[in-house]
Design a protein. Structure first.
Length: 336
């Protein structure tokens, strides 16, 4: 099984493990779990730490359990196959804290910050733990690995002169500036987290119903577009209270208000791109958020300079990036 790699994307709230072929990035099988880094760290503090179990060993145990699940699912042995891990596993609450790489950062992965762990008697896998990237005022873990994969999958790896802003929507959205084959800057937007807070824990919670956010009916789409427009015309602070008066005055239903809130927040995230006229845009969104961001980009009249990456490429990007990083590290070792 030397032609395979176990690729683990271990985020704050989700865990994904794939078995990929090194030759063509084909996924042989995968498993998902809601046991993200935050829950695993909490479990270690509550049970492992009190029993004297080292944090790295505790995380290895959790990882081994998922590898065993995948092995049973595929009916094969996965022993001795290396594991590459990206995401929050390299953070202070992860398996082991690894220093960030710094800018400018080559999108071929040659400047990635990684840490290696040798196989153990109870864990027959080499581990390569990938850290994130930092600037003077911002950090990210995981999106840079996705970007490395996307550059390859999207055919940009040979285009050294390409420049673009890559938009990664999410709880903490990232806008990543790539120029001449390097990541030169990036910014984080707390769009998803703010939506959850406003809809569930603020004065607006009784004015919003977010249980029907897959219903792109005419009224909901209109409310979303009005939210995007208000993010430009009056800004987010005034726009947020408008959600309250929308309900009080019977202008919107609670579902329409949820779409309005989404448009207001996504519009606030994206409207600075109006001034970035010379930069092409690349929307890197899976199916869950893609429709919202496409609507906002259309409302802001940014569609003409935006490339929309297909959801299936987004789904493959992290794993492909991990394979590329693993192969680059192997080449470094060979060169020595």
């Amino acid at each position: 099984m030397t032609n395979y790699l176990l690729c683990c994307d271990w985020g704050t709230s989700l865990f994904r493990l794939q078995l990929l072929k090194l030759s063509d990035y084909q996924c042989v099988g995968e498993v998902f779990s809601p046991e993200g880094i935050a829950d695993t760290f909490d479990a270690w503090q509550k049970t492992g730490e009190t029993k004297g179990i080292a944090k790295k060993h505790f995380f290895r145990q959790q990882l081994k359990r998922q590898i065993d699940v995948l092995a049973r699912k595929l009916s094969i042995s996965l022993a001795n196959i290396p594991v590459v891990i990206s995401g929050m596993a390299s953070s202070s609450i992860g398996m082991d804290e690894v220093p960030y790489a710094t800018l400018p950062f080559a999108v071929n992965g040659s400047q990635s910050s990684v840490r290696h762990f040798e196989p153990q008697p109870d864990f027959p896998h080499e581990i390569m733990l990938i850290s994130g990237v930092r600037s003077e005022k911002d950090v990210m873990r995981g999106e840079e690995t996705q970007l490395i994969g996307l550059v390859t999958l999207f055919g940009l790896s040979g285009d050294g002169n390409r420049e673009a802003i890559f938009i990664f929507p999410g709880t903490h959205s990232k806008h990543i500036y790539m120029q001449e084959g390097r990541l030169i800057s990036f910014s984080t937007y707390m769009t998803g987290e703010l939506f959850a807070l406003m809809a569930s824990h603020s004065i607006l919670k009784d004015s919003v119903d977010r249980t029907h956010l897959t219903d792109f009916s005419e009224g909901n789409v209109r409310a979303f577009r009005l939210g995007v427009h208000q993010s430009v015309s009056t800004g987010i602070l005034n726009g947020l209270f408008t959600i309250r008066t929308n309900q009080l005055f019977g202008k919107f239903t609670k579902t329409e208000n949820a779409f309005f809130l989404s448009g207001l927040l996504i519009g606030s995230e994206l409207n600075h791109l109006l001034a970035e006229e010379r930069w092409p845009l690349v929307l890197c969104s899976g199916s869950r958020l893609a429709a919202f961001y496409k609507l906002a980009i259309d409302e802001l009249k940014l569609s003409a300079r935006t490339t929309f990456v297909p959801a299936e490429l987004i789904d493959k990007a992290a794993g492909v990036g991990q394979v590329i990083l693993f192969q680059n590290q192997a080449l470094k070792v060979t060169a020595r």
